[in-house]
Design a binder for this molecule. Structure first.
Ligand SMILES: Cc1ncc(COP(=O)(O)O)c(C=O)c1O
Length: 382
């Protein structure tokens, strides 16, 4: 518990501060909880599905999920990635977190290593640990791109999984197609050397939250032993509804066994299946997302204002986080910001001390009213 998330710790401290000072006087950038409501098409689909009446609507179903939903997801992925997915490659999950736990439960043997890239989403360490694995952090480069030389050095015979997250939480980095192709090559070379498969897991709940018209390159082009984990928590603003899916590369040599193992894992982890109502709803919403421009405007405003104040930052290409360098020890700086009622998360929580994270999925007024505090904090460090 001592090690558990800095994000939650900061969020909880924020709740106390809000009780003392009033919520309108606290600028809470601690949690990646989208404050944008789901798109109108979600409400329409939800209402239509709620009004449908037929026997077995609320019954148990195949553990992998409803066949019709999996078929729609497979069709969407086929069009996005240019590889033929079928429903047999898709498993509906309780969010991306559920998908990652199902995948790791199915893949890991005790003592297997899971490579994660720092800065990383903090839950990864606990997810690996849940299933007898050990998370091993490999640093990204200064611009948060993949450090292939560091990966080459660290991937040894105990590594079973390389877990990527693009667009990244907390940096907003999107890995480009060339570096993903080079990573795939590296993994195949290591597989040949150690005589065992190394799986690439790509965690992509922010794949549709991408700015300046960019695209997230298809991870399936990089390596055949690839599994995608994703959800509609961020792209449809539905984190409380716990709906997502995993997709197994159709050309993975053991695709069927993997699907069976993951279906079994979903059952014995107690998920049994993803929520039935939401499976029916998202079947109507593949390809739909919230207005990305809404987040892009916030990103642009914050990046411009903070850069002018002297903060050093890499402009995020996707997701809704900013990960500037901290002008002093990251925890001390987060405390400094708290003096102006600004809640952020220290970089050490993401395996990257010397930075701090700002989750900018907040109302414009929170951003605008926080700016004097950001200025005061950096000036106090000079
Ligand atoms: C990188 C990353 N992966 C996974 C998750 C979990 O997403 P979900 O709510 O869909 O389980 C999050 C949530 O913030 C995240 O940022």
């Amino acid at each position: 518990m001592e090690e558990s998330s800095w994000i939650r710790r900061m969020f909880e401290e924020g709740c106390e501060l809000k009780a003392q000072c009033g919520p309108e006087n606290v600028f809470d950038f601690s949690l990646g909880n989208p404050c944008l409501e789901p798109p109108p098409k979600f409400q329409e689909a939800l209402e239509a599905v709620v009004h449908e009446r037929f026997p077995g609507k609320h019954a148990y179903m195949p553990n992998a999920g409803l066949m019709e939903t999996r078929a729609v997801v497979a069709e969407y992925l086929t069009s996005e990635h240019g590889i033929a997915f079928g429903p047999e490659h898709i498993l509906m999950t309780c969010g991306a977190g559920g998908a990652l736990n199902v995948i790791l439960k199915a893949l890991l043997e005790p003592g297997d290593e899971v490579i994660i890239l720092s800065p990383f989403f903090p839950e990864y360490r606990f997810y690996a640990d849940n299933h007898g694995g050990t998370a091993v952090a490999v640093k990204s480069r200064k611009d948060f791109s993949l450090d292939l030389a560091a990966l080459e050095e660290r991937i040894g015979k105990r590594v079973k999984v390389v877990l990527l997250n693009s667009p990244n939480n907390p940096t907003g980095k999107v890995y480009d197609a060339d570096s993903l192709a080079a990573l795939g090559e590296l993994l195949r070379a290591k597989e040949g050397r150690f005589g065992r498969e190394i799986y690439l897991i790509s965690d992509e709940p922010y794949a549709k939250l991408i700015y300046d018209g960019a695209r997230v390159p298809s991870i399936f082009a990089a390596h055949p032993h690839t599994i995608l984990a994703t959800s509609h928590s961020k792209d449809l603003s539905l984190p409380g509804e716990r709906i997502g899916y995993l997709a197994i590369h159709p050309n993975a040599p053991h695709a069927r066994e993997l699907a069976n193992a993951m279906t079994f894992a979903s059952r014995i982890l107690g998920f049994v299946n993803a929520p039935a109502l939401m499976q029916r709803v998202v079947a109507h919403l593949q390809g739909v997302s919230i207005d990305v421009g809404w987040y892009q405007r916030k990103r642009d405003r914050l990046c411009q204002a903070l850069s002018e104040m002297g903060y050093s930052l890499v402009k995020p290409e996707g997701a809704f986080y900013l990960f500037p360098q901290s002008p002093m020890d990251d925890l001390e700086f987060v405390r400094e910001l708290q003096k102006s009622s600004i809640l952020t998360v220290p970089g050490r929580g993401f395996g990257a001390p010397g930075h701090f994270r700002i989750a900018f999925c907040v109302d414009d007024c929170v951003i605008e009213n926080s700016l004097p505090g950001f200025r005061a904090a950096i000036e106090n460090c000079r």
